[in-house]
Design a protein around this ligand. Structure first.
Ligand SMILES: Cc1cc2nc3c(=O)[nH]c(=O)nc-3n(C[C@H](O)[C@H](O)[C@H](O)COP(=O)(O)OP(=O)(O)OC[C@H]3O[C@@H](n4cnc5c(N)ncnc54)[C@H](O)[C@@H]3O)c2cc1C
Length: 321
């Protein structure tokens, strides 16, 4: 019996959010006196799979069939259910994402498993099995008890810190049955909309609002983001005005992000924007208006003109490097 962790791969590398899921699963395994096994599907770098041991898993099941290299929640849920049976797993951990939620929902139906999505903390296991989850776009939490034999936890980013230690995971080839009925639609080719860092995976995000005044003024923000190795985002009006592309729109009606550090430049902090960023570990706000509501949600704030502050911050980061 082991805790089973479903991971996502991007071009052979394990996604950062999945490494957090591995660290989370390893901790659950420790709490339940068992071991953590990872399920990796499709193309994967051998060194990446071995590295998983550094995050606390002791075994990796690798189903390398090329057909599994393209995201397919139907097939992934089927393979996951087969891995659950093989490992006799009672607890499944998946990191929260569009794919993670889809695989978890399908696997839950197949395995008759209780499922909780948006988990923010380790489970409390004292006779029962309860987990805390984020609700109402991060404005509240609920504690949910799972009573089924098999339990699926879909874990939010930053629920646990994925610190790389040293450990060893044995990588085992896994050959599940692949059913044609699971491949009803197949990916022909992938065209990336941009080569920029993905907002949902980024550790640091620098985001701009209407305070940037116009698309022609974005360079200082881009320079600052580049100096930090950060992804860039924006508020809704900014993308509505076509100052920045729509895939950068963060908030209730845009992308929900949870980086370690979110830096908001010239964004007022409307509730709809906050709904997309309140999973961030640290929030820094730069705004010339000391009364801007965003300061109430910030860990650190700079009251000042972005066009003066940003070049100074960029220089400070470059000097530090
Ligand atoms: C149904 C609905 C859904 C919505 N969904 C979203 C969403 O998903 N995401 C989202 O972002 N919004 C969303 N909104 C819009 C939201 O209510 C706000 O209108 C929006 O977030 C404001 O954007 P902003 O902060 O960039 O602009 P503003 O509110 O105009 O704020 C600009 C800020 O920049 C500051 N500033 C100006 N000049 C400078 C300077 N030189 N230096 C420093 N600071 C400066 C100002 O003090 C101000 O605080 C939604 C609204 C509705 C009704």
């Amino acid at each position: 019996m082991s805790v089973l962790i479903f991971i996502e791969l991007d071009n052979g590398s394990v996604k950062k959010t999945s490494l957090e899921a591995v660290a989370y699963g390893a901790e659950v395994a420790r709490l339940t006196g068992t071991t953590a096994t990872v399920l990796a599907l499709g193309k994967a770098d051998a060194a990446e799979l071995e590295r998983i041991g550094n995050f606390g898993a002791t075994k990796v099941l690798h189903a390398a069939d090329e057909k599994l290299s393209h995201e397919n929640s139907l097939a992934y849920a089927d393979v996951l259910a087969q891995a659950v049976e093989k490992e006799n797993s009672k607890i499944i951990i998946i990191s929260k994402s569009g794919l993670g939620d889809a695989v978890a929902a399908r696997a839950s139906a197949k395995l008759k498993a209780g499922i909780v999505s948006g988990v923010t903390d380790l489970p409390v296991i004292n006779g029962g099995f309860s987990v805390k989850r984020s609700i109402y776009t991060g404005k509240a939490f609920s504690v949910v008890e799972i009573k089924s034999d098999i339990k699926i936890l879909v874990v939010k980013k930053n629920a646990i810190e994925a610190t790389e230690g040293s450990g060893t995971a044995t990588v085992e080839t896994f050959t599940p049955v692949l059913r044609d009925s699971d491949f009803l639609a197949s990916v022909g080719q992938i065209e990336k909309a941009s080569s920029e860092l993905s907002l949902t995976e980024a550790d640091i995000i620098v985001s701009g609002g209407r305070g940037m005044k116009g698309p022609e003024n974005w360079q200082p923000l881009l320079d600052f983001a580049k100096s930090l190795g950060a992804a860039t985002g924006c508020s809704k009006p900014v993308s509505d005005l076509d100052w920045r592309p729509h895939h950068e729109h963060i908030g209730q009606t845009g992308i929900k992000v949870a980086p370690n550090l979110y830096i908001a430049c010239g964004i007022s902090g409307a509730i709809q924007h906050l709904a997309g960023v309140n999973g961030s570990k640290y929030i820094v706000v730069i705004n010339k208006d000391p009364e801007a509501p965003f300061f109430k949600a910030a860990d650190y704030g700079i009251v000042g003109d972005i066009f003066e502050v940003l070049p100074k911050l960029t220089k400070a980061v470059q000097d530090l490097k």
